[in-house]
Design a protein. Sequence first.
Length: 238
Amino acid sequence: MLKIRSAHLLVLSAFACSAALAATPQLAWKQDPKLGTILTDKAGMVLYLYTKDSENVTNCYDQCAAAWPPLLSDALPTLPDGAPGQLSLVKRKDGQQQVAYNGWPLYYWVRDTKPGDTTGQNVGKVWYAVNPGPVVSTSKTGDLGEHLVAPNGMTLYLYTKDEKNLSNCYDQCAAAWPPLLTAYLPESKDSKLGTTARKDGALQVTYDGQPLYYWVRDTKPGDMTGQNVGKVWFIVKP
């Protein structure tokens, strides 16, 4: 028991120190099979948000901050080229600056021990990995008029064989039409946005009850080569 406790304290201490000593951290995006595109540091350690925080204000201190070390920085970092969203710095009670993404202060989780670990996801139903935002937006690129696109600018599609808030696209279908996944869907002014649980527990983003997908043959933002494929796949009009 003592060894386990000691090991846990060592991990906690290592994370707390790495967070506290960070100068200007570099951030990256990682594709997770269940959470979609999520934010990490340069080493690949996953970053989380806390739903009890408010915009550019952290409410995680003391024991909370020991378990969830804040991502600290001496200066404002930069996002990877082309990444959506904005970074800011939040001043903590001790005067240190914590990095925030789209207003959400960022944290590590002490039980993530290696790059890619996501054991902090949904802890207490208040801690979530961070997806790029906004979750969806609109574009008028192309000849088909305004349509929904993902944070990376890629066209999104619906599948007419789906049911309301239920995906019927799996296996080879999902390989060709990857679902738009999310770790957490922040409250949005667009009440048509929602999620549906897939068979593996992943959350797929929906619009007006329609599960949303990419198309593997779209290679760049603005491509809409999935339109009317099989007469069952269509772009999504807002």
